[in-house]
Every structure is written in structure tokens, then in C-alpha cells.
Design a protein around this ligand. Structure first.
Ligand SMILES: *Cc1c(COP(=O)(O)O)cnc(C)c1O
Length: 378
């Protein structure tokens, strides 16, 4: 089965794990610190904070920025549910914003403007499918409205300019992301003070870590703020260090495969629309396509599955999920809703090659009833 996404794991990760086990120090040790520094370095940031997940990262960022009850946060609905959930965790209200268009399925500036109230405190931008939102546009919008700008960069690790938009950015190392630690996440934050608050809140609000108490004269600690256990461990950090070395090369492979998709799709599935202009700054996390309006999507998914090709949907609109529909029944986002109905995500990961892409395009053409002779693709 050709999967939508697949992690690349091998001897490097095995060796990394074995060395942590041999060291006898399994959590919040040197590997975690080394990973934080390496991750920051790749993004030309001063420092980063490794955490247990991107969801934890988003929660910590909102918590440390003091967002809470009575506040509203603009979020896309075309995203993973965690983006909106993190806003509810701090007692604030997520306000869903529509996308620009099917061609540019990123948060719409006009709709964001329309959804702003005196209670709006922050915006969480998502670089959907790895495609970078427009930095200057959002920075000037945030400045004009006095809003805090946060990036949900789960889809875009290793992409230049990611993490430089506003106050902070959250990354995911879940198994299906561009790099993985199985579970894991990281935070890049602009101000040192914000980083210190986040670092403390990551581990119960404590003023020192187990490791620091080992190497210090003073075994006591204080708790100065409400904190959580959102720590990363050294096993994951060691895997992350091994993955990080290969991330730029993997992102480049994703870029080449995406280009290959665009060329073959234009030729053989001309009725299928591929969002985003080419080129566009992107980490190419996903390969989203938009099926023709009249297409019944489920039979296409079934036919592709029969040919050994997995496809998925990014995303079912968050405001249409039962929990959110019950919470905010009056939300209407026409462009997001249409996109969510017509979108199909094709396999894209660094273990694929151009022949796999050709097979997917061939199968999609067949599934859409516009079959072309096998071997017709050069
Ligand atoms: C995967 C993902 C998350 C959540 O990441 P976890 O590490 O699984 O918590 C958040 N936002 C987006 C856009 C994602 O794709």
C-alpha cells in the first residue's frame, strides 16, 4: 500500500536510542538540550523548547501569553482540531476564519478582519500543507489590530522564515509529519522572557529541573506559576537529532515529488485543481488536490484503495465536527466547507519516487474515468 505519509526510520535512529539507554539518563537531559539548540539553529532562531507534542506547544504558548477567559483567538477551520482545542484549554474562545479560496486555502485576511472584535487577542496561522502564509500581510494586520501572532507550524519544520512571524511558533514531530520523534513538538519564541515562562510552565512551573538539582548545591526548588508536564524525553530527542540532520534533504525530495505531481496532473488529470501557485515557499507536508465540483469523492477513494493507494482528507472542517458544531452551531464558512468537501490528499513522503507519483496520477485518472493507456506517461 502506498501511504499518504510514512516516517523514515533506520539504523541512525536505532543507534541514537541505544546510546540514550546506555547513558542511563532518559529524560530532560543533554539530548533534549542538544535537540533544542539544533532545532533552533536550523530555523535561525536563538533557542527552542522541546515539548511532548504540538498540542502541548500551542497550549503553552497561549498560557504563557496570558490568553484566557473573555478573550477570542482567530483560527482557521481548515486545520487539525488541536489548533482550536488549544484555545479552549486556556478558557478563551476560538473564532473560525474562512480560507482565501480553493486556490489559496490559507486564512483569509478579509474574513479575519470581519471576525475581529474588541475581545480578539491573538491569531493562530496555520501553514496549511506546508505552504507559507504571507508574513508581511499578517504582521501588519496584527500590528494594526494590536493582536498577538502565533504560528501553528506543524506542517512546516525546516522551512526558512517559519517561526519568525510573531510571538511564537509550534511544531509537531508526530509520526506522520515531515520529521518525527514518534510523539513530540517544539516551540520557537521571539522574546527570551516568553521562552523562560514557557520553559518553566513545561515542567510544573518549577524553578529548577531534576538535572539542575543534581549538579547544583541546592536541592530545593520553588513553583512560581501554574505549570504542566509537557516535557520531552531524551529517547525522543535523540531520534529528533538524527531526523533533523535529514530534514532539509527530505523537504527537498518532497518539493521534487510535488513538482512531479503538478506536471503529470496538468497533463493527465486537467480537471483536478492543485492549490497554491508554483513555486511557493513550502515544506510540502501534504499533496492536496481539489476534485471537480460534480465528482463523488468516496468512489474515487475506493478505486484508489483497490489499486493500493491510500488517500485522506485535509481537513474535515473543524467547525463541522460534532463537538464544535454543538458549541458554535451558527458558524458558516462557505469556502472552507466547499474545500473540505472536494479535497483529496495524495501520498507524499520522502520514501516515494517519481514512478510512485506516476502510478498515483495514472490511478487517479482511471478513478475519475479519464483513463489513459498505461505507459502513456513518459
Ligand atoms: C499534527 C498537527 C497538530 C498536532 O500535533 P501533535 O504533535 O499531534 O499534538 C496541530 N496542528 C496541526 C496543523 C497539525 O497538523
Amino acid at each position: 500500500m502506498l501511504l499518504v505519509s510514512e516516517p523514515v526510520l533506520g539504523p541512525d535512529e536505532q543507534t541514537a536510542l541505544a546510546s540514550v539507554i546506555e547513558s542511563g539518563w532518559v529524560t530532560m537531559g543533554d539530548r533534549v538540550r542538544e535537540f533544542e539548540q539544533a532545532f533552533a539553529h536550523l530555523h535561525e532562531a536563538e533557542d527552542s523548547i522541546a515539548v511532548g507534542s504540538c498540542t502541548a506547544a500551542l497550549h503553552l504558548i497561549l498560557h504563557a501569553l496570558g490568553i484566557g477567559p473573555g478573550d477570542e483567538v482567530l483560527v482557521p477551520s481548515l486545520t487539525f482540531v488541536a489548533t482550536a482545542n488549544s484555545v479552549l484549554y486556556v478558557g478563551a474562545r476560538p473564532v473560525f476564519v474562512d480560507i482565501d479560496s480553493a486556490e489559496i486555502p490559507l486564512m483569509s485576511l478579509d474574513d479575519a478582519e470581519a471576525k475581529c472584535t474588541s475581545r480578539t487577542k491573538a491569531i493562530i496561522l496555520v501553514h496549511f500543507a506546508g505552504y507559507l502564509a504571507h508574513r508581511d500581510t499578517w504582521q501588519s494586520f496584527a500590528r494594526r489590530k494590536g493582536l498577538l501572532l502565533i504560528e501553528d507550524a506543524a506542517h512546516a519544520p525546516g522551512l526558512p522564515a517559519v517561526g519568525t512571524f510573531g510571538e511564537a511558533a509550534a511544531f509537531s514531530f508526530y509520526g506522520n509529519k515531515n520529521m518525527t520523534t514518534a510523539e513530540g513538538g517544539a516551540i520557537i519564541a521571539r522574546s527570551r522572557a516568553l521562552r523562560e515562562t514557557i520553559r518553566r510552565a513545561r515542567s510544573h512551573g518549577m524553578t529548577s529541573s531534576t538535572r539542575q538539582r543534581l549538579t547544583s548545591r541546592r536541592p530545593d526548588y520553588d513553583v512560581t506559576i501554574l505549570g504542566f508536564n509537557y516535557r520531552m524525553d531524551d529517547l525522543r530527542a535523540a531520534v529528533g537529532l538524527a531526523q533533523l540532520k535529514k530534514l532539509p534533504e527530505w523537504n527537498d525530495t518532497r518539493r521534487r515529488l510535488s513538482l512531479c505531481y503538478r506536471q503529470l496532473m496538468a497533463e493527465h488529470c486537467p480537471a483536478v485543481m492543485i492549490p497554491f501557485a508554483n513555486p511557493w515557499p513550502s515544506a510540502h507536508h501534504l499533496m492536496p488536490v481539489v476534485l471537480p465540483t460534480a465528482t463523488d469523492r468516496q468512489p474515487v477513494i475506493d478505486r484508489l484503495r483497490k489499486r493500493g493507494i491510500q488517500t485522506t482528507i485535509h481537513y474535515p472542517a473543524v467547525h463541522h465536527l460534532t463537538f464544535y458544531r454543538e458549541l458554535y452551531p451558527d458558524t458558516f464558512l462557505p469556502r472552507t466547507e466547499e474545500f473540505a468537501q472536494r479535497e483529496l490528499t495524495l501520498p507524499l513522503h520522502p520514501r516515494m519516487n517519481p514512478a510512485d507519483v506516476e502510478q498515483v496520477v495514472n490511478s487517479l485518472a482511471a478513478a475519475l474515468g479519464t483513463e489513459f493507456p498505461l505507459g502513456a506517461i513518459a
